[in-house]
Design a protein around this ligand. Structure first.
Ligand SMILES: Nc1nc2c(ncn2[C@@H]2O[C@H](COP(=O)(O)OP(=O)(O)O)[C@@H](O)[C@H]2O)c(=O)[nH]1
Ligand SMILES: [Mg+2]
Length: 429
């Protein structure tokens, strides 16, 4: 990491555009800005109009809006300049070239501005992950969760847990330091074990919530049942396009057909499956076995078969498909006709309602896989500490639990994942 360098990059989308924002961060940022703006540094944190010229030739580059943020109170924690240019290809190229000609400046690597913000303590690791999620958010629910993470909601929660753990650890250490062989448990505050156990269950409750990956990849809705029940037709009606082939021939769908779609701002992954039946056909049989596997990983199953065969899962919804041609009303199930569209809106409504119960509510954070893995370790450490007979073991487990929490916010032990995270950002972020 070449922290001392001054970096620059186009931070807005690719030109041509109405405006292009070029950022410069590092010790030479002020000198670079004034080299282009006729020796003038704008007043800190105030937008001002300036003329930019090529430093060597004096050639006019652009008339631009200039911003100057002296460090350490800037987003990167370093001296930072922003040039809001006219977003033409040549304007942007000429300004970047002029910056590249200045001593001590180089083009930024992907995510380098954010990485500097992290390394200068302006944001922690969980917040940086939130920014990465924000840039890739495609639905409102992803967007909302990313804003929570980027805004430090998880970091604040982790900090609160860390304080409680520290207090409990300190109480244990004090007893360990001053007792020789005596009964440590008797000298601990009476609610010590209870407080530790309730901290563990609070963390476990957060682990039980749907993950950030669910938000990203979509709630998995598997459409299943016997051949010719109308599964593929229903999939197409739900996503509003011909995602799967339908026909009167049983065994038409042999593989899984995955159709991602956003309904009411919530991402869904609808999965059509091969009709469940014993088949001599090798390919169809493989499709049937894939269908069975996907049932196991489903959040919701739309079941088009007989009620008695309906999978015994909390997310299973029994449907009465082809409701337009009657069918046995006695058998029950949610009536829907993919052909006439009757009941489709109601089914979508039901899915959305159930999905919202699964997703983090407004103001709640969703853990990503990394957070969840670490938190699971932490809960295990706390569990062992709670039931440990030997106070030395309890103390060691609490130390491990504290170290785990530090890894969530990136205070320690995360060097290996930094390159992966920041490399996933675009250049200029
Ligand atoms: N009348 C009626 N026919 C339907 C309905 N849905 C599907 N079908 C017909 O049933 C047959 C099988 O449909 P398909 O979606 O391929 O069933 P799959 O094998 O379960 O995927 C096709 O001929 C469809 O046109 C419906 O809601 N009403
Ligand atoms: Mg089908």
């Amino acid at each position: 990491m070449r922290q001392g360098d001054t970096i620059y990059a186009l931070s807005s989308g690719s030109p041509p555009a109405a405006i292009a924002v070029v950022r410069i961060s590092g010790p030479e940022a002020g000198a670079a800005l004034s080299a282009l703006a006729a020796g003038r540094l704008p007043e800190p944190r105030r937008a001002s109009l300036g003329i930019l010229r090529e430093p060597a030739s004096g050639e006019l580059l652009d008339r631009a809006l200039l911003l100057w943020f002296p460090g350490p109170g800037s987003s990167t924690g370093e001296d930072l300049a922003e040039l809001h240019l006219h977003g033409g290809r040549s304007v942007v190229a000429a300004v970047l070239e002029a910056l590249g000609s200045l001593a001590g400046l180089r083009a930024a690597e992907p995510g380098e501005f954010t990485r500097r913000a992290f390394e200068n303590g302006r944001i922690d690791l969980a917040e940086a992950e939130g920014l990465a999620d924000l840039l890739t958010a495609e639905t409102r629910s992803q967007h909302r969760a990313a804003l929570m993470l980027a805004g430090g909601a998880l970091s604040r929660k982790v900090e609160e847990w860390q304080q409680r753990l520290l207090r409990l650890s300190a109480q244990l250490e004090a007893v360990l330091d001053f007792s020789d062989e005596g009964d440590v448990e008797e000298q601990l505050p009476p609610d010590w074990t209870g407080a530790l156990a309730s901290l563990g269950s609070e963390m476990a409750a957060m682990l039980a919530r749907p993950s950030a990956e669910r938000l990203r990849d979509g709630i998995r809705v598997v459409i299943a049942g016997p051949p010719n029940a109308g599964k593929s037709t229903l999939l197409n009606a739900l996503v509003g396009r011909e995602a799967a082939i339908t026909s009167t021939i049983a065994g038409t769908t042999r593989d899984l057909v995955e159709a991602p779609t956003a309904i009411g701002g919530v991402p869904f992954l609808l999965i059509d499956t091969a009709g469940l039946r014993e088949s001599e056909d090798e390919i169809e049989a493989t499709g049937v076995s894939r269908a069975r596997q996907s049932l196991a990983a489903a959040d919701f199953v739309l079941w088009l078969g007989e009620p008695e065969d309906c999978p015994d899962a909390p997310g299973a919804i029994l449907l009465r498909a082809k409701a337009d041609v009657g069918g046995d009303e006695e058998r029950g199930g949610f009536p829907v006709s993919a052909k006439t569209g009757a009941g489709v809106d109601e089914l979508v409504h039901l899915l959305l309602k159930r999905a919202k119960e699964m997703l983090p509510a407004d103001g709640e954070v969703a853990l990503n896989r990394r957070h969840a893995a670490i938190l699971r370790e932490c809960v295990a450490n706390i569990g062992t500490a709670t039931s440990a007979q030997n106070p030395l073991i309890a103390s060691e487990e609490l130390r491990l639990a504290r170290a785990a929490l530090d890894r969530i916010t990136g205070r320690s032990g995360v060097e290996d994942m930094l390159d992966a995270l920041f490399g996933s950002f675009c250049i200029g972020k």
